[in-house]
Ligand binder design. Structure first.
Ligand SMILES: Nc1ncnc2c1ncn2[C@@H]1O[C@H](C[S@+](CC[C@H]([NH3+])C(=O)[O-])CC(=O)[O-])[C@@H](O)[C@H]1O
Ligand SMILES: O=C(O)C(=O)Cc1ccccc1
Length: 235
């Protein structure tokens, strides 16, 4: 279904409710620049770091698109677990996994309090940005603690610049992108308001520092387009 969520006046903050879940795949493909490319890079580095009988967690798996792609190219026996705390998203995820006849575990859980098993790879695609800054680093520490030695955390985020001029231009560049994807100025502005204080992006540098401060020995950018970036952190 096509994303028309912000074509009408919205009075509430952005939520991952039924209305959003029903159009979510279209929303992400049209709202995240090079979404498919960032997914492909994430898939590549997941396969590279996954060992026989290994485990992958996808934090904020939404409709399970990424785990389904990873599953398609699995060359080892591995456990894939997707976590999300939106019932509406999980219903879509289960519907897709069933349709493809795929054995992926999707669980209703809060990624902040979940008790993780030892894993080879953690993924968070555009989810950390929705975690309150006060507890975000704590979560990254929890992730690093649950990873195997040399395990990886691959995460994609919307990012900001601390140069005010550059930040303003990055936002404008992104809004031009959204217009080319068929969103009107009205939809863009309405969503911007709904996301205020809900989606809190860090700069590229702040994301890397957070990873290095949380038990990772190395962190760098795999892919960046204007204000969207994919990072890899190695334990
Ligand atoms: N505390 C939390 N616990 C569990 N889930 C959460 C929490 N907070 C938010 N979520 C979930 O994190 C997801 C973030 S969307 C991820 C896109 C996906 N990775 C994709 O690549 O398709 C990003 C976006 O929409 O920009 C939503 O499904 C929330 O319900
Ligand atoms: O669409 C936007 O304005 C964004 O910042 C990206 C996004 C994509 C999907 C859900 C929330 C935010």
């Amino acid at each position: 279904m096509n994303d028309k969520v912000f074509t009408k006046p919205i009075k509430k903050q952005f939520e991952f409710d039924e209305e959003v879940a029903a159009v979510f795949d279209d929303m992400l493909e049209r709202s995240v620049p090079f979404y498919k490319e960032s997914q492909k890079i994430t898939e590549f580095f997941t396969h590279k770091n996954l060992s026989e009988n290994g485990l992958v967690y996808d934090l904020g798996c939404s409709t399970a698109s990424l785990l389904l792609n990873i599953h398609r190219k699995l060359e080892v026996n591995a456990e894939l677990i997707g976590l999300d705390n939106s019932e509406a998203m999980l219903a879509q995820a289960e519907r897709k996994c069933e349709a493809f006849g795929v054995d992926i575990e999707v669980k209703n859980a809060d990624i902040l309090t979940y008790e993780y098993k030892e894993a080879d790879v953690f993924i968070s695609n555009y989810t950390l940005q929705f975690i309150r800054p006060l507890v975000r680093e704590e979560l990254v520490k929890k992730i690093s603690a649950a990873l195997k030695k040399e395990g990886v955390f691959i995460f994609s985020e919307k990012v900001i610049s601390h140069s005010p001029k550059l930040n303003k231009d990055l936002i404008e560049c992104y809004y031009d992108f959204k217009k080319t994807q068929g969103y009107s100025e009205y939809e863009i502005m309405q969503k911007r308001e709904a996301l205020e204080n809900v989606l809190v992006p860090y700069s590229e540098d702040e994301n890397i520092k957070m990873a290095l401060n949380s038990g990772f020995s190395h962190c760098e950018v795999l892919f960046r387009w204007a204000n969207f970036a994919t990072f890899i952190a190695v334990k």
